[in-house]
Design a protein around this ligand. Sequence first.
Ligand SMILES: [Zn+2]
Length: 421
Amino acid sequence: MLIYGDKTMADLVIKNGRIITCKGDGPGPKISEAMDDVGVIENGFVAVSEGRIEAVSTGDGRDYISDKTHVIDAEKRLVMPGLVDSHTHLIHYGSRENELMLKLQGKSYLEILKSGGGILSTVRDTRAATKEMLIKKAKKSLDVMLSYGTTTIEAKSGYGLNFEDEVKCLEVAKDMNHVVDIVSTYMGAHSVPEELKSRPEEYINLMINKVIPYVAENGLCKFIDCFCEEGVFTIDESRKILIAGAKHGLGIKLHADEIEPMGGANLAAEVGAISAEHLLAASDDGLMEMREKGVIAVLLPATSFYLRLGKYARGKEMIKMGIPVAIATDYNPGSSPTESLQGTFVFASMGMGLTPQQVINSVTINAAYAIDKGNQIGSLEKGKMADILIMDAPNENYIVYHFGINHVKTVIKNGRIVINR
Ligand SMILES: [Zn+2]
């Protein structure tokens, strides 16, 4: 048995690596120029004991190696924090590859929706699925995520859209028991369900009076989220829903200004949200209010690409303004059917103009803060959980430059080697 705190008893040392720590100057997400720095340590090592990082420094880590220590020679490869996917819609059933053809034939989202496709088809499939079916599908996705280096995710509900099925999906997320850690968000306000289409007020009251108190009191989620968008939920409705969540102790996230400039960024600042997400159409004053309140911008460039929107969120400008930026997959069966956070790097760089350093800080330390876990994960520093990747790459630029492949060689989660390729 290894004893935490005893240098000679460290149970894992990764040596001979190009370490990028992604550590900030102090607590809180990185902003402005700090986003340009990934904390490079050349010829460095990381020592792990009892699942936590004990030391990160230059040298070969010999002070932390005993005859019981498992030593990994990184052979000059890149060693970095596990990726944090801060925006996914993990729990759902079915897939919508049939819509790919419709989209390519020029059918609009509304036309697809009218023909029974879109989010409503996923709601139908998710309602019809048993917990076991949902667990099996989610496990498969989490396995893919892990193999691509994602060690923690946020997962939003929102394909049940009634009391029973929203609770079912959140319980599935809670019971997953997968290597990848899940932070749950209740997003019943993803859409008004078909059966209440003409009575949205009734659905909002159901969320506020029944679902939110239940999911909060039963520890089924940490955050609440709402799709504030034209034709979905208005600013006033969103405010009402989010504040109800906050009253029950939930942190606030918001799908804001994705398509229309609704004032979602302003609302996120007003209600003290931890993050505002999408933000393609966010106004200048909305962004300035976010900066004043320190709201994290969670940007989803793979979705912009996949919806063929022809534009991306103003990520580069947000960083310049001093807004903390995170990047996530938005994994969902409609607008971003991918589990690979690595796969979003090319869209963040080529689409939004972020440098590799900015991309990497956006999927590690800042993403960790976007789900309120910045003091536990997201960087390689003493005391944090040992979620570590060894990439088959010589440096941080390479993993953004050489796109569309999986660079992961080894994934270490809580100090345990869970993937080795
Ligand atoms: Zn989303």
